[in-house]
Design a protein around this ligand. Structure first.
Ligand code: ACO
Length: 328
């Protein structure tokens, strides 16, 4: 087995206080708890308050990671921040976090890979260490999707939630760490899942406000099919690159978008559902943050313990997809 170059050390997460149930959606949209549960597996999601900004949620997750590693913010060499819902468009969410964390020795930047952002960022962090940019790279994935989703559109609003997760990537010292990874994109399919307005091509205007084109738009059925195919592709590549088979995995942590996508991915990969971490029922789709939150929960509940082999697999807007096998 390949000797890992980088390892993940410590995990943290933050879930906004407010829990919103499916029944609450059925009071504001033509939907039902039964429809949402049967089609997605989601029972409830977290909705952040004004005070719970993207960067504040990221900070809460990051502080847990620093504490577990016995580090202060000044020890961090780089912050890689995965998000599709930054507090503002300029500067990056990473720089906002750097400021409120006081990590003044770090380089800080965002990774825009939507739901695959956390796995992409882990890869970037490993690359930063390889190119000797630093030894301690904080990877944070945080989303405030409820601020960029259309609350009047039942086909998307019921799916998303807010939250944050984090970990530290550092040079491996033994056999634990990243065994393989895989990243892929297909920008030709961008308009199946995107925010059409609000960027430089269609700057903010009254028309944009009226037609809701600054919110997330999704062709759900097409995205569903692409997610299943892409996550299968990503599982195959990461396992093959690690020289492992599904039977060698102790845990699979897939992006939490829809229980049916998760089940199809597990089936393709040959991983039984009792080895698959699922929290989509409690969080909905938190995009980049989803695997990071699930990872933290898996560690804190003892589902993922030292020596285990875990695979992350993600799919999101772009389209982007990615996977990673890690010896924990
Ligand atoms: N409540 C009630 N009915 C609804 C709702 C709702 N919330 N949403 C849609 N419907 C209706 C539709 O209007 C449609 O009605 P019609 O038949 O009269 O036209 C019917 O339900 C079926 O709609 P479908 O879109 O075919 O439903 P589907 O079974 O595909 O489920 C869903 C929709 C849940 C969105 C699914 O397609 C899905 O999960 N897609 C993938 C989402 C995803 O994985 N995203 C990942 C990336 S997200 C990111 O990157 C930020």
């Amino acid at each position: 087995m390949k000797r890992p170059f980088a390892e993940l050390s410590g995990t943290g997460s933050y879930a906004p206080k407010r829990v919103m149930t499916n029944d609450e959606f059925s009071k504001i949209l033509e939907t039902s708890d039964q429809w949402i549960r049967e089609r997605t597996g989601i029972r409830e999601r977290r909705v952040s308050s004004k005070e719970e900004s993207n960067a504040c949620m990221g900070k809460a997750a990051a502080l847990q990671v620093l504490e577990q590693n016995g580090l202060t913010p000044l020890d961090i060499d780089a912050i890689v921040y995965a998000t599709a819902s930054p507090d503002r468009l300029l500067p990056s969410a990473a720089c906002d976090l750097q400021a409120i964390l006081g990590a003044k020795n770090a380089a800080a930047f965002d990774v825009g890979a939507a739901c695959a952002g956390f796995v992409y960022s882990l890869n970037v962090a490993e690359g930063l260490i390889a190119s000797e940019q630093g030894e301690r790279v904080l990877v944070v994935a945080a989303e405030k999707l409820t601020s960029i989703m259309d609350w009047t559109d039942r086909t998307t609003a019921v799916l998303f939630g807010d939250g944050a997760g984090a970990t530290l990537v550092r040079r491996a010292t033994g056999t634990k760490g990243v065994l393989s990874s895989y990243m892929k994109s297909d920008g030709t399919l961008a308009e199946l899942l995107y925010r059409p307005g609000g960027g430089a091509a269609h700057p903010p205007s009254d028309d944009l406000l009226k037609d809701h084109s600054y919110y997330i738009k999704m062709a759900g059925r097409e995205v569903f099919k692409a997610a299943v195919l892409s996550m299968a592709d990503a599982c195959d590549h990461a396992l093959q690159r690690a020289g492992l088979s599904a039977g060698d995995l102790d845990l699979l942590i897939p992006h939490q978008a829809n229980i049916r996508i998760i089940e199809a991915t597990a089936k393709h990969a040959g991983v039984p559902m009792d080895k698959v971490y699922v929290n989509v029922d409690r969080f909905g789709n938190t995009s980049a943050a989803s695997i990071a939150i699930a990872l933290d929960e898996a560690v804190k509940t003892g589902r993922l313990t030292p020596g285990m082999t875990v695979m992350f697999v993600a799919f999101g807007a772009g389209f982007t997809w990615a996977s990673m096998v890690v010896k924990w």
